[in-house]
Design a protein around this ligand. Structure first.
Ligand code: C2E
Ligand code: MG
Ligand code: MG
Length: 706
């Protein structure tokens, strides 16, 4: 060690040694910055990085050596063999490349260490080739021990440096340790190698000019090496900035929705968390708002996906432009949006809700048509209804569902009651899904009778759900749930198929009427589905009648008319159900080609005592006659009602008086009896028969009136 130190201090010009040291340190640092890129890349990129690293490392080692040699025994008259000098550069660059390439073949310590060792050997090979290029007039002695030690130092420390670098590519944590090892390998080899080299000069005292020339040469080598290092540093910096840019781009992509450019669900979650934490500190409130579009599916189905996309983009643009400080919006996916608003005063929140509603209620032009997106908005407040982000989002979601199923409320604020109602609906929705797959549903049939001759002219199919714990659940409870979550499509298809095949197998040659929900009517597949069911079951199309309510058909008149025409083209009839209970528009009757008007039972209820009701019934019946559309009165429960309707010229009737909804088995049993009694009476066998028998008449009484 002492010999090495004395070699450095006594045999070298110190400032040149310092220059060499700076060269070695900076070059090694650049090498170690570049090397990890050759580990983390592939293919030609990998080769490129390996080459650049090898050039940098080779030039660093080579220039360090030759700069140091310029300062070695400055008083001696020396020169260099040009061929050997160049060969020494080629050796170190090639050796460095082989070592770097080998260490990058596999992410394995043996490969890293072996690659490092080859790198170390190439430093030694360069050094001793360089020493042979060193021409001096004098006697040279070599100390084998120091030669071996110098090679050992180069090999061991290079292997160490490579292993450390390869292990810490991701975080570059132990950069300084790797740098220290590499510098030790280079400097250690050089000075130990120089300790092994003893020269007794035969001529001394070079001229001042030669001395300056050596220093100028040292500076030139350093200059060229700095240029090479500069190039490597630039490549590294360009690469790093490109990577930072693409990382920023990737992060943006990961946190934003690609269609609308709005923050996505992940970003929304992060923002919400941050805003709740701030609210906890600053003691203010936060509103979490979930938004679901009302007519997105409709637009997508009827005007194509690009119109749907355009709608989302327009809404996103509006949302972004209406937000101010403390307000954030996001697209959670599909037609679901969300917003966060931090506030102190309820008035601020109200104003925000009004702005938000405007976003969705303002008309927009889509495929040349003015369209209103409409949205159901659910809101949960921190800290009023929860302090945890997950719970708050869940509650806002429940409130949104409540708003969706409630026509009168577009914005709904979460509270315990709403939570229970929506949870119950969700529970029923799950149970209904199971009922569909496990056979918990059935269809009952209620007869439709001619009030002129008492003949049965059809049966209305009415869906029944027998819940395993709650017993029979009325359709008015579960149909809206099925409509909300889209289950109605599967459910509706099932009822249609069941009713058609029952009609073929049992029901006499009468019509079978099936209720069709508004959601089914908006499904462009409906006509095709009906056609397929008719083919599959073999039912004659004229025996099928679909019952549509006015609310369903006027939702999107153009589309409804198109669908209804397609269905009618199959030969299937269309009845207007519950007429009089909603809009009761004459325009609906004029626009749509109905085959039957079903007068809602609320009119029949008041027919006896209420003069106005009677007048309306009379008007509807007259309207039916003039439009040549038969009218069926629903909900006939008493003889008086029936007599009155008969007197007014009503064509058909349906109600408990004429027959309860009954299962196919019950109807079969009844048919057996009726062949004996020839009765058109209400079914004694029906499981749905009312307990209030007093209102109802006997079969004989009906027969008398009929
Ligand atoms: P709706 O189409 O108007 O069916 C007639 C409803 O009136 C049936 O109720 C029937 O049981 C009841 N009803 C019949 N006669 C009388 C009577 O004399 N007095 C009284 N008070 N009620 C009578 P239900 O079966 O509970 O069905 C209610 C509604 O649920 C139906 O009204 C229909 O809109 C819907 N619905 C039933 N089955 C289906 C179905 O398969 N699909 C769809 N989309 N809706 C269905
Ligand atoms: Mg009906
Ligand atoms: Mg009805």
């Amino acid at each position: 060690m002492m010999a090495i130190l004395s070699c450095i201090t006594t045999e070298h010009n110190l400032w040149v040694v310092v220059l060499a040291a700076i060269m070695c340190l900076s070059g090694s640092a650049v090498t170690l910055r570049l090397q990890p890129r050759s580990f983390s890349t592939k293919g030609t990129q990998k080769i490129g990085w390996q080459f650049l690293t090898a050039i940098t490392a080779g030039c660093t080692i080579w220039s360090t050596h030759f700069i140091a040699m310029m300062g070695h025994q400055p008083t001696l008259n020396i020169s260099f063999d040009p061929v050997l000098t160049i060969i020494s550069l080629i050796i170190v660059v090639t050796g460095a490349y082989v070592g770097i390439a080998l260490s990058g073949i596999k992410n394995n310590r043996i490969f890293h260490a072996t690659g490092g060792a080859i790198f170390g050997l190439s430093i030694a090979a360069m050094h001793y080739t360089g020493m042979f290029a060193y021409k001096i007039v004098g006697l040279v002695e070599w100390n084998q021990f120091y030669i071996l030690v110098s090679i050992g130092i180069a090999v061991i420390f290079s292997a160490l440096s490579f292993t450390i670098t390869a292990k810490n590519i991701e975080d570059n944590k132990h950069f300084l340790s790797a740098l220290a090892a590499l510098v030790t390998a280079i400097v250690g080899l050089h000075f130990t190698g120089m300790t092994a080299f003893k020269v007794s000069p035969l001529t001394v005292n070079v001229s001042e000019i030669d001395f300056l020339a050596k220093q100028a040469l040292a500076l030139s080598i350093a200059g060229v090496a700095v240029l090479i290092l500069g190039t490597s540093i630039s490549s590294y910096l360009i690469d790093r900035s490109l990577r930072t840019d693409s990382h920023a781009e990737l992060r943006k992509m990961a946190l934003h929705d690609s269609l609308t450019g709005l923050p996505n669900r992940t970003s929304f979650g992060e923002k919400l968390h941050q805003m709740i934490e701030e609210a906890k500190e600053n003691k203010h409130k936060v509103a979490i708002i979930c938004i679901d579009l009302n007519r997105f599916k409709e637009v997508n189905d009827s005007r194509g996906h690009s119109a749907g996309d355009q709608m989302l983009k327009i809404l996103a643009g509006r949302m972004l432009s209406m937000t101010t400080e403390g307000e954030h919006v996001a697209r959670l996916g599909g037609d679901e949006f969300a917003a966060i608003k931090s506030f102190n005063d309820e008035k601020e929140l109200e104003a925000f809700c009004i702005r938000l509603q405007e976003v969705f209620d303002k008309p927009m032009l889509l495929t040349g048509l003015e369209t209103i997106a409409g949205a159901s908005i659910g809101l949960a407040q921190y800290p009023t209804v929860g302090t945890e982000t997950e719970l708050l989002v869940n509650n806002a979601d429940l409130a949104m569902f409540h708003a969706k199923s409630n026509f009168l409320e577009t914005i709904c604020f979460y509270d315990e009651k709403i939570g229970n109602v929506v949870r119950e609906r969700r529970h029923l929705a799950d149970a209904l899904q199971n009922a569909i797959s496990e056979g918990g549903l059935s269809v009952n049939y209620q007869r439709q009778t001619s009030l002129i001759d008492g003949e049965i002219c059809g049966y209305e199919a009415l869906l029944r759900w027998n819940h395993p714990e709650r017993g029979n659940i009325p359709p008015s409870d579960f149909i809206p749930i099925a409509e909300d979550n889209g289950l109605i499509i599967t459910l509706g298809e099932w009822v249609l198929r069941q009713a058609c095949s029952d009609a073929v197998s049992w029901l006499p040659m009468t019509k079978v009427a099936v209720n069709i929900s508004a959601v089914q009517l908006m499904d462009p597949q409906l006509p095709r589905q009906i056609h397929q069911i008719l083919i599959d079951t073999g039912l004659a199309p004229h025996r099928l009648e679909l019952e549509l309510t006015e609310t369903a058909v006027i939702k999107d008149k153009t589309r409804s008319l198109h669908t209804i025409r397609q269905i009618k083209a199959l030969g299937v009839g269309i009845a207007l159900d519950d007429f009089g209970s909603g809009y009761s528009s004459l325009d609906t009757l004029r626009t749509f080609p109905f085959d039957k008007i079903k007068l809602d039972r609320t009119f029949i209820d008041g027919v006896k005592h209420d003069k106005q009701t009677k007048a309306i019934i009379r008007a509807v019946l007259a309207l039916g006659r003039s439009l040549d559309i038969p009218v069926l009165a629903e909900g006939i429960e008493t003889l008086e009602q029936m007599e009155l309707l008969q007197a007014e010229g009503c064509n058909e009737g349906q109600g408990y008086l004429l027959g309860y909804p009954a299962s196919l088995d019950e109807l079969t049993a009844e048919a057996g009896e009726s062949t004996i009694t020839q009765s058109i009476s209400n079914s004694e066998t029906s499981s749905e028969k009312s307990s209030d028998q007093s209102k109802l008449l006997t079969a004989e009484q009906i027969r008398t009136t009929g």
